[in-house]
Design a protein around this ligand. Structure first.
Ligand SMILES: C[S@@+](CC[C@H](N)C(=O)[O-])C[C@H]1O[C@@H](n2cnc3c(N)ncnc32)[C@H](O)[C@@H]1O
Length: 197
């Protein structure tokens, strides 16, 4: 099984413990990379008759965001691919699932139809403030009441813009947020999980 870099099992435990599987809507992730997390979401979704929408540019060279530690995101993504095509690795990883809808696009260009509903979303795409804020707006209007939107790297030294973006989103949308939880899903990195009112 292809590696993932978040700790999706723990994310899904959070989702399951809150009974989100009983809510209306699908799952969505921004930042699917090699699909290792996507298949975990899809396996969970399958048990509950749901789909997973997976959004990624699938080009490891486009995200030139420089981490605080001096490493470029694109260099990290290329290193783990060992010369393979990201889209090919992703297709191979996810090939056993017919409930994954793949959207191979820059997340800035993605908008869902009004009637699309999500009960869980997870953002782990471009770590720049403008992208994190965009990714919130891609998912939040479609999140059902009680649904959860998570942000990876909320607290991780390399990506301070994620912390700034999420903090300002919480501030701006305080009236629509029921709870905000920090969740450690792996590698000592905290995700921020926002529960919608
Ligand atoms: C940290 S990786 C995701 C890792 C994945 N969640 C996992 O654990 O396996 C970030 C991903 O975001 C994608 N990405 C970066 N900028 C993007 C953008 N503007 N739109 C869509 N995807 C983007 C990259 O191609 C990369 O696959």
């Amino acid at each position: 099984m292809t590696e993932e870099f978040v700790g999706y099992d723990k994310l899904l435990r959070f989702v399951e413990e809150r009974g989100l599987q009983n809510l209306e809507g699908d799952l969505v992730e921004i930042g699917a990379y090699m699909g290792g997390g996507t298949v975990k979401l899809a396996s969970f979704a399958q048990k509950h008759g749901k789909r997973v929408f997976a959004i990624d540019v699938f080009d490891p060279s486009v995200d030139s965001t420089l981490g605080k530690g001096g490493v470029k995101a694109s260099d990290v993504y290329q290193a783990y691919l060992l010369g393979r095509s990201m889209l090919e690795v992703y297709r191979e990883t996810t090939s056993g699932f017919d409930n994954i809808v793949t959207i191979a696009q820059d997340s800035m260009k993605v908008r869902f139809p009004n009637d699309q509903r999500f009960m869980f979303g997870f953002v782990d795409g471009c770590h720049q403030q403008a992208y994190v804020k965009n990714d919130f707006h891609v998912i939040w209007p479609h999140l059902v009441s009680g649904g959860v939107l998570g942000f990876h790297d909320y607290k991780f030294d390399d990506w301070p813009e994620v912390t700034r973006a999420v903090d300002s989103l919480i501030d701006e949308h305080r009236a629509e947020i029921r709870e905000a939880h920090e969740l450690e899903a792996g590698y000592g990195i905290l995700s921020m999980m926002l529960v919608k009112k």
